[in-house]
Design a protein around this ligand. Structure first.
Ligand code: SF4
Length: 325
């Protein structure tokens, strides 16, 4: 029996190359060694997404990005969170045994509360409980995470321990596996590439022309004002991207930058060319899939059906153990 992996992504915007290099490529690799469950977590999206009329479009985009990148619906379960309503029932039961103090200390809750002080909703504080329900509904043992998600997994483990202690061994304690998620810097030069920052990303779905235009206007080393000024590649986001898209020449680019032997315009043109070449097959596949809306609907419907078979079994056991059956 292969171990089960669970992971999810919020459909709040199109996926960008930070998501591709940091998470999606890893999802594709995991399919060979694990029984993978990949979920488009639309209920989670509601904690921050106000324009809910856009959510179906984002779900579709996310499914296209995943499938085009190589997530195989024959190997993995790919589905939408709200299509398996058992998850909200489990969230309710887990909520009854999760002390509020555990939730209020989660760093991402504090950050989100600061970012949207006028909308500190109940869902925001309960986010890790729903996330725990997502994982354990499928009895997943492995959760690929970035470092910022580790406190959520630790909390999920605490909730599982509490449930198992009170009602008997039911769920495996999920383990957060830190993958070597590279931090892809924002094109604006601030922090990491993020869908919440305007102009920060290159989306998987961008055309080659859009990609080139975004790269050409990206912020580079702020201290390099003129072509003759030596640069500092270690602080330049274009250089960071060359590490992934121009690996064989990255050392020379760094040396040339420091010696002012290459200008930022040429450096950016080289990156745009290499990035577009590298993403071309994925983008072609995405266009091909986008022309078949019925296929995407079928993948998500099949995924939900397979997920529900597991979810129904888990909830039968949970209700029985709690004493609700
Ligand atoms: S030459 Fe390249 S690496 Fe150096 S600052 Fe300009 S864009 Fe960045």
């Amino acid at each position: 029996m292969k171990k089960r992996v669970f992971s999810g992504a919020r459909p709040t915007a199109r996926q960008h190359i930070g998501n591709l290099l940091g998470a999606i490529d890893n999802y594709v690799k995991l399919q060979n060694d694990y029984d993978c469950v990949y979920c488009i977590v639309d209920i989670h999206a509601l904690t921050t997404l106000q324009e809910t009329d856009k959510i179906q479009g984002y779900i579709r985009d996310l499914a296209l990005d995943w499938l085009a990148a190589g997530i195989d619906p024959q190997k993995s379960i790919v589905f939408v969170q709200s299509h398996v309503p058992e998850v909200t029932e489990l969230q309710t039961y887990l909520g009854m045994m999760t002390p509020l103090s555990w939730l209020l200390r989660v760093p991402t809750f504090k950050e989100k509360a600061k970012a949207q002080p006028d909308n500190i909703n109940y869902g925001l504080v309960g986010y890790p409980v729903l996330m725990t329900a997502d994982i354990i509904l499928y009895k997943a043992e492995v959760v690929p995470v970035g470092e910022d998600q580790l406190p959520h997994i630790e909390l999920a483990r605490e909730i599982v321990r509490r449930f198992n202690l009170q009602f008997g061994e039911t769920f495996p304690e999920p383990k957060g596996v830190l993958t070597s998620f590279p931090t892809i810097p924002s094109l604006t030069g601030k922090s990491k590439m993020s869908k919440s920052e305007e102009g920060s990303t290159i989306d998987i779905a961008h055309t080659a022309e859009e990609t080139s235009a975004r790269i050409m206007t990206a912020v580079t080393d702020p201290a390099r004002k003129f072509r003759k000024d030596p640069g500092h590649p270690e602080v330049c986001n274009i250089y960071s991207l060359h590490k992934y898209f121009t690996p064989s020449e990255v050392e020379k680019i760094g040396t040339d930058c420091r010696a002012a032997a290459i200008g930022c315009v040429d450096c950016k043109k080289l990156l745009a060319k290499n990035m577009n070449e590298s993403l071309a097959p994925l983008r072609a596949k995405r266009l091909e899939l986008a022309a078949k809306p019925d296929y995407i609907n079928k993948v998500l419907a099949d995924g939900a059906e397979r997920a529900r078979i597991i979810a129904r079994e888990t909830m039968k056991e949970v209700r029985h153990k709690i004493g609700l059956s």
